[in-house]
Design a protein around this ligand. Structure first.
Ligand code: 4AD
Ligand code: MG
Length: 431
């Protein structure tokens, strides 16, 4: 048996005999030649089968094999200038593992519903490979960013006794005779951990029963949430811009080929460097008015407004000091303007909208208790959270980055459903 290698490492084996194992991606025939494009997950490579070079059995396999059949190919690695990876395989022997027939995803244009129903197979396409590898790079870079800064990774629970982000998007589930809710955010537990470790981050799946069918909402998405003791809103905004710069610059450095595959306009990502422009909510409203938008001061921005605001800048823009009335119960108010929350959202350029939401947290026991009451939240479920304001309360802040929002923007694709391996949407629970 020749040495088993991955296609990605093929350059190290020039003129050697190797075995690769994979799936047929594409095939072309010409007289006594069969050109098999094989993929093994790491890369694809052309394998050339010449009738005179192989046994009858091997040639019969090359003849019969259809898309997504699995096989072993033994052959010699040859330099080839025309190949995208610089090499091809001169086949000596073919072994079939399983013959696939009538693979449902073909070259013709399939509708999105069809592709989503076949998501388990669609992931094999080169476009999905590019997106998933960029997603992986964003996760890697995010962990690296916080790990290098001595943040402790804290995993927060998914079953929780209370809401963090409003009761309208809660998923509830029966929990041994009482109700539990799927976490909308790890933040509240992150705050407890920040009081224990100073600076922490959590990274996990979060759930929202979003009844909207937009291209920006999933019901299950992943969030990266740092939380830092002794941080005010300004510190929080600085952390967010450094973090996003690191993510984008890492993808530009390490995943160029994938960005090219997606035909991403890289000139739109290159300027993503700190500092980012900052707008007070009032300034953002002025900007909308000047752009001729009919917008009522005090309301939240919709996708359309976010697009108009972010279009004015070549990098993400931070909007801060939103009206407290439209923001979460835990946000601290500006001491000089009680009606404003010490909140910030980061809006991505090119119409991608909000990718980060964050704030300074209310750190006063009595004020927080009155907010919990104002929001009609169950006081007893929040006892532990109130404790954090009783035992060494300090100013603290944090934010959450929606991973799929970041992936969608950085990839330049137009819907969150392609930014996660198996998307969960209001009308999609399969596959
Ligand atoms: O703005 P949000 O609701 O903030 C929080 O959850 C805070 N607890 C975070 C924190 O301060 N630790 O959500 C944060 C981000 C949004 O900016 C968006 O990127 C993403 O999470 N997000 C969603 N992504 C996909 N589908 C949804 N339904 C999302 N809802 C929010
Ligand atoms: Mg938000």
């Amino acid at each position: 048996m020749a040495k088993k290698v991955y296609i990605k490492d093929i350059a190290k084996h020039e003129n050697e005999e190797v075995t690769i194992q994979g799936w047929l991606y594409n095939k072309r025939s010409s007289g006594k030649l069969r050109f098999l494009l094989l993929r093994d997950g790491t890369e694809t490579i052309q394998c050339v089968v010449f009738k005179g070079d192989v046994s009858e059995e091997s040639f019969a396999i090359a003849d019969a094999i259809q898309q997504e059949s699995s096989c072993h190919v033994k052959g010699i690695v040859k330099k080839d200038e025309r190949s995208p990876i610089g090499f091809e395989i001169q086949v000596k022997e073919m072994k079939i593992i399983q013959y696939a027939e009538d693979y449902p995803i073909t070259k013709k244009d399939h509708g999105v519903d069809f592709l989503m129903d076949h998501r388990h197979l669609w992931l094999r396409s080169s476009r999905q490979h590019a997106i998933m590898r960029i997603r992986h790079e964003i996760i890697r870079a995010a962990r690296e960013f916080f790990d290098l800064r001595d943040y402790v990774l804290i995993d927060t629970p998914i079953f929780t006794p209370n809401a963090a982000e409003g009761t309208t998007t809660l998923f509830s589930t029966e929990y041994f005779g009482r109700d539990a809710y799927l976490a909308q955010s790890g933040q509240l537990y992150g705050e407890a951990a920040a009081m224990a470790f100073g600076k922490i981050y959590c990274f996990g799946p979060t759930f929202r029963a979003e009844k909207s069918k937009t291209r920006r909402h999933l019901t299950e998405f992943w969030m990266i949430e740092p939380e830092v003791a002794f941080f005010d809103l300004d510190d929080d905004m600085r952390l967010a811009e450094d973090f996003l710069e690191h993510l984008v610059q890492s993808v530009l450095k390490n995943r160029r080929q994938e960005l090219e595959k997606l035909e991403r306009d890289i000139s739109k990502l290159e300027p993503v460097k700190a500092p980012f422009p900052r707008l007070h909510y009032d300034e953002a409203v002025d900007l909308l008015e000047n752009a001729g938008v009919d917008f009522k001061h005090g309301e939240d921005f919709g996708a359309g407004e976010e697009t108009i605001i972010s279009e004015k800048f070549d990098r993400p823009v931070i909007v801060h000091h939103y009206p407290a009335a439209i923001k979460a119960f835990y946000m601290k108010r500006d001491p000089e303007h009680e009606e404003q929350a010490l909140a910030m959202d980061v809006l991505a350029p090119e119409g991608y909208g909000e990718i980060i939401g964050g704030s300074q947290r209310e750190d006063d026991y009595d004020v927080l208790l009155s907010r919990i009451r104002e929001h009609d939240l169950p006081e007893d479920a929040f006892q532990w959270y109130l404790d954090l304001r009783k035992y060494g309360s300090v100013p603290h802040s944090g934010f959450g980055l929606g991973l799929e929002r970041a992936v969608t923007w950085i990839c330049g694709i137009n819907h969150l459903r392609e930014a996660i391996p198996f998307p969960r949407l209001m009308q999609r629970l399969y596959p």
